[in-house]
Write a protein that binds this ligand. Structure first.
Ligand SMILES: Nc1nc2c(c(=O)[nH]1)N[C@@H](CN(C=O)c1ccc(C(=O)N[C@@H](CCC(=O)O)C(=O)O)cc1)CN2
Ligand SMILES: [Mg+2]
Length: 295
């Protein structure tokens, strides 16, 4: 069994991005500039955004953080989005999710100019992805594909079972892995809460992608010997004996599944680490005008 080390892979990719950025600037390109909008004071969201800003610095990007109180009204947030759409110095931006309940997330996502949508959440980018046109691929799926490529995990002809059909993880990764591309050509089954006999679906899988949001849902009896197990879950469970009072576990029971898997991603230290790196990859693409030449 091999542990896929998201932390060291993310570090490696950040060094590559730093070199590519320096080269791009030397050739006359502008310094890539990412903006992040953070609404409210949720601890996890604050930490993720802090990490995004810090990572920009590491690779030589400029960054702008816009922080707003959770009481912000939807129209004010839409004005901020509009301002970022028009700001020529900003190559790409994200609005950190989740947003407070009184704000319609789809409305905000739709307001982002697809050209600057480095999260890849706008339907224009998702639609382009579906038909194989250049697009920003959402960070978590892009992180998973990058991980599998770098670890030389072949997907062609493999049975992949994806658990969970969210817009930002399960659905896009199932599409990407079934496409006729170097990272695709797999036979993908997308399982969800209404799937009949989910256990036997998972038992047939050569590659399992767990993005269901249930702590330690995938147990060793569900996993075929030698399967590749990619765990996207980040669940907080009570751990009274720790300083924080909680610990993070994935959607996979790591200790028992690791014994059967050929490759497995840990939580923390796996897919999560790759998401910020993927966002930086998309931002460099935005600065280079690779996806939408000429804006
Ligand atoms: N606008 C966006 N909002 C959200 C996204 C996103 O891609 N764009 N994804 C998630 C949160 N997220 C980034 O924003 C994110 C989640 C997890 C990690 C990560 O590094 N996980 C670590 C553990 C983290 C911890 O200690 O709490 C790991 O798995 O090792 C990074 C980014 C929802 N919102
Ligand atoms: Mg909401």
């Amino acid at each position: 069994m091999k542990i896929i080390d998201g932390r060291s892979l993310a570090k490696e990719i950040k060094s590559e991005l730093k070199r590519e950025t320096q080269k791009f600037i030397k050739q006359g390109g502008k310094t890539p500039h990412l903006a992040a909008v953070l609404v409210g004071d949720d601890g996890a969201s604050q930490a993720y955004v802090r990490n995004k800003i810090k990572s920009c610095e590491r690779v030589g990007f400029e960054s702008t953080l816009i922080k707003k109180k959770s009481t912000i009204q939807e129209d004010e947030l839409l004005e901020i989005v509009d301002g970022l759409n028009k700001n020529e110095d900003i190559d790409g931006f994200i609005v950190q999710l989740p947003l407070p309940d009184h704000i319609d997330e789809s409305k905000v996502t739709l307001a982002i100019d697809p050209v600057k949508d480095v999260d890849g959440f706008h339907p224009m980018n998702l639609g382009r992805m579906v038909i194989g046109l250049p697009c920003y691929i959402p960070a978590t799926p892009l992180g998973m594909i990058t991980m599998m490529e770098r670890y030389n995990i072949k997907t062609e002809g493999k049975n992949v079972v994806v658990l969970g059909r969210s817009n930002i993880v399960g659905t896009p990764i199932s599409i990407l892995l079934s496409q006729k591309t170097k990272w695709g050509n797999a036979t993908v089954t997308l399982c969800h809460s209404r799937t009949k006999d989910l256990v036997s679906e998972v038992q047939r899988a050569d590659i399992i992608i767990a993005a269901i949001g249930i702590p330690r849902f995938v147990t060793s009896d569900m996993v075929k010997e030698g399967a590749v197990v990619i765990d996207v879950g980040i669940n907080r469970i009570d751990a009274p004996d720790t300083k924080k009072g909680y610990k993070l576990v994935g959607d996979v029971d790591f200790d028992e599944v690791a014994a059967k898997a050929s490759y497995i991603t840990p939580v923390p230290g796996g897919v999560g680490q790759m998401t910020v790196t993927s966002l930086l990859m998309n931002t460099l693409k935005a600065a280079r005008g690779e996806i939408y030449p000429g804006g």
